[in-house]
Design a protein around this ligand. Structure first.
Ligand code: GLA
Length: 429
């Protein structure tokens, strides 16, 4: 670098400058920074908007087979979900069949007789990317073969199969943050050196504040809380309590809302899967009080997750989903708020008396506003827009009822218990 600078200066007759070491050093540092920035600018953003798709865990648990994944994928295409942006099929825990005599990780031959590569091809032909799952320890959370010590080998195999997304769990690993940072970095580097674009999803459940380091360790998204249960709330005060008592939609929203400053384009807080449409089906989200939610609560989850720029991973049976579930999952207007190009997670601007108001700036200058009534009774709420920093008058569009109103200084609405209203508002010029 130093040499190059010297040559450039010689060419431009900067002989005097050449003898000044401090100036030379400064120029060198400046050029290095310019080069680093241009390399960074060329780097591909792997998840420019929060990933959307289907994740097997809360519906299937470990009872996954290539046939039921193909059926889900077909349903995703048929129901128009793929066109709406749900374009990942993520295999969670339970796919592994151990390692062969060369230590290559293999899929369970009973569950996946045609192999993962064939499954990836099936998905890709339908415009769907394939996600897979492993863990930064010898065994996964459900006790299957995991990747510690085999990071490069596993990453190469995943890439050769055509995998596009890796959820990397943390069961069985030491509890300190330093080890977590290193183990995630190791797998992220292994994925990058395969040359394939593979989204890396950090899953250590928010216990080591991953919002502070996961992006630097190579993750595009990081789980922020204990696993979601199919319930509204346990109201447990800390993440450790939530692990024990089960985290509901409200609990997770409450924890994730305060992390808005950490999310940005290509780096997302992940408040776990959508439990929309599960209705208390027994399975991984059915324990610890996961007895199911009302459609109002499921709609609230969709609203809050989209306001918070969360990854949207469906985990109910989309082959047989009912009309309310279909309406919640396929609402284009709420999806557009989640996927907005600006990539800003909503800030919670009111948190008082069981009212939670969210404000999310959008790429075209509009704002999305969410109003959650967390109390157990229906109430009316008057939101003066000026109070949350929005001067002037606004036209509003209710993304759920599709009602439009104009020239508003405030939003005055009746809100059911556990309901979240969402408006897209534009300032009148
Ligand atoms: C952990 C994760 C879940 C799921 C299971 C699988 O609990 O947080 O999302 O992946 O492991 O065993």
């Amino acid at each position: 670098m130093f040499k190059i600078v010297k040559e450039i200066l010689q060419l431009s007759n900067g002989i005097k400058l050449l003898n000044n070491k401090t100036i030379m050093k400064k120029i060198t540092i400046f050029l290095m920074v310019v080069m680093m920035l241009s390399v960074k600018a060329q780097e591909k953003t792997l998840a420019p908007t929060p990933p959307m798709g289907f994740m097997t865990w809360n519906y299937f648990g470990v009872d996954i087979t290539e046939n039921n994944l193909k059926e889900m994928a077909d349903a995703m295409v048929k129901n128009g979900l793929v066109d709406l942006g749900y374009n990942y099929m993520c295999i969670d825990d339970g796919w592994q069949g151990g390692r062969d005599n060369k230590n290559n990780i293999i899929a369970d031959p009973k569950k996946f007789p045609s192999g993962i590569k064939e499954l990836a091809d099936y998905m890709h032909k339908r415009g769907i990317k394939l996600g897979i799952y492993s863990d930064a320890a010898p065994l996964t959370c459900a006790g299957y073969t995991a990747s510690l010590g085999f990071e490069e080998q596993d990453a190469k195999i995943f890439a050769s199969w055509g995998v596009d997304y890796l959820k990397y769990d943390y069961c069985g690993a030491p509890s300190d943050a330093e080890t977590a940072k290193n183990r995630y970095k190791k797998m992220a580097n292994a994925l990058r050196s395969t040359g394939r674009d593979i989204v890396f999803a950090v899953c250590e459940w928010g216990d080591r504040y991953p919002w502070e380091w996961a992006s630097r360790s190579g993750g595009q998204l990081w789980r922020t809380t204990a696993d979601v249960r199919d319930k509204w709330a346990s109201y447990a005060p800390t993440n450790q309590d939530l692990h024990r008592e089960g985290a509901g939609i409200f609990d997770i929203m409450n924890a994730n809302a305060s992390l808005s400053g950490y999310a940005h384009k290509g780096a997302w807080n992940d408040p776990d899967m959508l439990v929309v449409g599960l209705y208390g089906k027994k399975g991984p989200s059915g324990d610890l009080g996961g007895k199911g939610c009302t459609d109002i609560e499921y709609q609230s989850q969709m609203s809050l997750w989209c306001l918070m720029s969360a990854p949207l991973m469906i985990t109910c049976d989309i082959r047989t989903m009912n009309e309310p579930t279909r309406k919640i999952l396929t609402n284009k207007d709420i999806i557009a708020i989640d996927q907005d190009k600006l990539g800003k997670q909503a800030k919670r601007v009111v948190h008082k008396n069981g009212w939670h108001v969210f404000l999310k700036p959008l790429a075209n200058g509009d704002y999305a506003i969410g109003i959650l009534n967390a109390k157990n009774k229906e109430r009316t709420y008057k939101l003066k827009l000026k109070k949350i920093g929005l001067k002037g008058k606004y036209n509003t569009y209710d993304v759920w009822t599709k009602e439009r109103e104009s020239n508003l200084l405030s939003i005055n609405k009746f809100v059911k218990s556990h309901e979240t209203l969402v408006f897209r508002i534009s300032k009148i010029k």
